[in-house]
Design a protein around this ligand. Structure first.
Ligand code: 4NP
Length: 163
């Protein structure tokens, strides 16, 4: 039995984008019958909302697509660099803030932008929906559905996973 592959999704507050990515990915992993082989978690670079449930507006958008958002916000820590195989940043600020915590430049290969895995959407970042209207939350879900599907395909094809 090989060790499960561990994914960590990271945004600023860990109440909108990264819990959505985590729960969408978990949904796709379950559909693919891989729940014992790929594990998901999420975190925020800030401590603003530590302990909070996912944002109500984000939960509403996710539930329209059949996804229930669960979890409670926590802050990213340096221990996450060792604990996870792949760390997915929602935007470039998150990406820079994660790498700034990698004091000895050891984990750069594990940190990626989530949108790099999107196959249909052309965005470079998952836009922060927090201060906008409902369209922004719906857009985040649709973009993340695409990027999570692309990510799952890439993991399934990777040498590390098939070995
Ligand atoms: P998230 O969204 O990073 O996708 O969880 C935000 C949540 C809270 C804030 C900003 C973005 N905030 O400024 O409190």
């Amino acid at each position: 039995m090989t060790k499960p592959y561990r994914l960590l999704f990271v945004c600023l507050g860990n109440i909108c984008r990264s819990p959505s990515a985590e729960n969408i990915m978990q949904h796709l992993i379950a559909e693919a019958g891989l729940s014992d082989r790929i594990l998901c978690d999420s975190a925020g670079t800030s401590s603003y909302h530590v302990g909070s449930s996912p944002d109500r507006r984000m939960r509403a958008a996710a539930s329209q697509r059949g996804i229930t958002l669960q979890g409670s916000a926590r802050q990213f820590t340096t221990a996450d660099f060792e604990a996870f195989d792949l760390i997915l940043a929602m935007d470039e600020d998150n990406y820079r803030n994660i790498l700034a915590m990698d004091r000895h430049d050891r984990y750069g290969d594990k940190v990626r932008l989530m949108c790099d895995y999107a196959e249909h959407f052309r965005d470079r970042e998952v836009p922060d929906p927090y201060y906008g209207g409902p369209d922004g939350f719906n857009y985040v879900i649709d973009l993340l559905m695409d990027a999570c599907q692309g990510l799952l395909t890439q993991i399934q094809q990777s040498a590390e996973f098939t070995a």
